[in-house]
Design a protein around this ligand. Structure first.
Ligand SMILES: Cc1cc2nc3c(=O)[nH]c(=O)nc-3n(C[C@H](O)[C@H](O)[C@H](O)COP(=O)(O)OP(=O)(O)OC[C@H]3O[C@@H](n4cnc5c(N)ncnc54)[C@H](O)[C@@H]3O)c2cc1C
Length: 384
């Protein structure tokens, strides 16, 4: 067993760390306060190859492996979970899904534009009545001659109002749940497609989140991704990739919480000595360190299965569950170690705490990850 990074993985780690610490970290608070995603950042990230890490070079990607992808998410997640979320959607939920399920024409049309940052993508699965119960989507796709006509609404969609294209999941036979689901690729300037920004979020404020409305939106059959009836399978395969990105990003956020806490604990004086000298503070730091290391190893284990081409659902769910909870624990401990200052937006733990909170909600809640792991252990489905 070899735990070392390859020269290529080390190189991208050095490059993305420098970029994230210089270009993202110093601005993260301002973007959070403005509740605006820095669009221009994506063009630079595309140029540096960060937007298409595991996508083959023939489609405009960097052609690297899944450990390299995790490294990019970790480093960007260290600096800002909002930017990492945008990147996760772009690379894991959209690009890898097109790569796996798209026709050659669809791959050639979409992937180079997404990998370069010319286009932003979004992934429209969730609806007002279809969150954890994703097969319950009620957006309809009706055949009309050679076309499809879509009607419905999506909610809580990352990148919704800034995206140039979207993957949309719809139902062809209402009442049949996963059996009738279908996926489409569409460009967001298609007639009948509108969006509305969602505000008032606890965290991830610099990440665009919104609703999508489709009213008699007409698409040619060539916009279909995969076969009719494969929509649910496509969505679940996309989430295997998306959850891996969330887990990797949480490792970065937890590492940031730990680094900030070690620094603060060594500087802050109480009772005549640095608080780092108190056993109860070291207890929290040690717990954070164990969480970070364990989460990173679980991510790398999941990445290894992906690199082998194996089905990664279970290792990914384990990594996503653990890293999301570890990220939340680390951010919470960081506030505790910072005392009253941890409660202020002048210090980073406050943003880390708000931003990591979503990790156990989106791309399958922690409960859903446990149900996936439990089903694998027992052979019994406990979802319904
Ligand atoms: C910031 C943000 C960004 C998002 N981005 C996207 C995106 O880009 N694309 C997209 O499609 N979606 C996106 N989502 C939606 C997200 O994936 C859903 O919010 C999530 O799947 C949970 O669905 P829900 O909110 O409807 O909660 P519900 O499904 O209503 O769950 C509510 C609670 O019930 C629990 N629960 C539900 N079913 C069960 C069960 N069978 N057993 C035990 N407990 C259960 C859940 O764990 C949770 O605690 C985003 C959400 C947020 C907050």
């Amino acid at each position: 067993m070899d735990f070392s990074l390859s020269p290529e993985q080390r190189m991208i780690q050095d490059s993305v760390r420098k970029f994230a610490r210089e270009r993202i970290l110093p601005n993260a608070r301002e973007w959070d306060l403005a509740q605006q995603f820095p669009r221009e950042l994506l063009t630079d990230m595309g140029r540096l190859g960060y937007l298409g890490v595991p996508i083959p070079e023939e489609y405009g990607g960097a052609g690297l492996d899944y450990i390299a992808e995790a490294i990019v998410f970790e480093e960007i997640g260290y600096a800002d979970s909002s930017v990492r979320t945008t990147l996760s959607v772009q690379m894991s939920l959209v690009e890898l899904t097109i790569l796996k399920w798209g026709t050659e024409a669809q791959k050639m049309h979409y992937l180079p534009r997404l990998c370069s940052g010319e286009w932003i993508g979004s992934f429209g699965l969730t609806e007002p009545n279809a969150g954890s119960d994703a097969a319950n989507v009620q957006t309809t796709a009706r055949r009309d001659g050679d076309d499809w006509v879509l009607n419905g609404q999506k909610v809580w969609i990352s990148n919704a109002t800034i995206a140039d294209m979207a993957i949309i999941f719809a139902q062809t036979a209402p009442g049949t749940k996963s059996k009738g689901m279908v996926a489409f690729l569409l460009e967001t300037d298609t007639a009948g497609y509108t969006t509305r920004k969602m505000t008032g979020k606890l965290g991830l404020r610099a990440s665009d989140t919104g609703e999508i409305f489709m009213e008699n939106l007409r698409l040619p059959d060539s916009a279909r991704l995969g076969q009719v009836g494969e929509g649910f399978k496509i969505a679940m395969s996309a989430l295997d990739n998306g959850r891996y990105g969330v887990a990797s990003g949480c490792v970065g956020a937890a590492q940031h919480a730990l680094d900030a806490s070690v620094k603060y604990a060594r500087e802050r004086m109480a009772f005549g000595k640095p608080i780092a000298g108190f056993q109860l503070i070291q207890d929290m730091l040690a717990q954070m360190k164990v969480d970070v290391e364990a989460a990173r190893l679980l991510v790398y284990q999941a990445g290894w299965t992906k690199n082998q081409g194996q089905v990664s659902t279970i290792p990914v769910s384990i990594a996503k569950y653990f890293a999301a909870e570890a990220g939340k624990r680390a951010a919470d401990a960081a506030i505790q170690i910072h005392g009253g200052y941890g409660f202020s937006d002048e210090y980073v733990p406050e943003r880390l705490w708000r931003d990591t909170r979503v990790a156990s909600l989106y791309e399958g809640t922690s409960q859903i990850q446990k149900l996936i792991i439990g089903r694998d252990l027992t052979g019994i489905q406990a979802f319904e």
